[in-house]
Design a protein around this ligand. Sequence first.
Ligand SMILES: [Zn+2]
Length: 224
Amino acid sequence: MSYDDEALGDIERSLSYLINQSPVEVYAIALDLLRDPRKPLPREIANGMERIARIAGRNSLRDPPLGVWTTGMHIKQDDYIRFTDYHLWCRIRLAQFLATADLIKKTGDEWIWYNTRCGVCPLTPTSIVVPTAALGAGKRPATWWVTYWEKVVALVGECPSEDPFTDGHIWDSTLRGLAKECPTCHETAAKEFPHFKDKLVNMITDIIDGVRMPFDDLPDLSKG
Ligand SMILES: [Zn+2]
């Protein structure tokens, strides 16, 4: 291992360390190293940098939407514009998915929120146009579910990631409210939601992974 390779290994470790904290900066540095034609990276380091850029790009989706590029930023303007395009595409694809996804159970009893017969939870009035397919075309979801869904969909619109479904805050407060209002639905919803969430999160992960990163079209400059 040459001195340069060792230094690159150190940089790789530092970038990995900062990957959650400063994803945009980490992404920019990894990208610069990846495509510097004067210094082709050894294959192993190039693979590591690409992995880091990919994770950093993914992590950046959890943060508030990117603003406009300014001169003080540690990322080139062109790269930043391509990066904001990536964010935009993730938002568009997820919005399309959440508006059209068929999240109705195919077999067995329907999810409790689409099919409660508790007689306690108010149902969405038929006069209301149910805004997304995920709320169940032709169904009358419980209004607590519609409230939950609208909140997470709004968050996904800001930060296109699995987080609004996985971090649990909104769901936890939904469940707490339900525990007071309707013990029947509360118990079943608490049991069913983890299964629903796992399916949904897997689908969301596939969609985001399907959006090409801006560097996916770069020529391979690594050596070896
Ligand atoms: Zn109920």
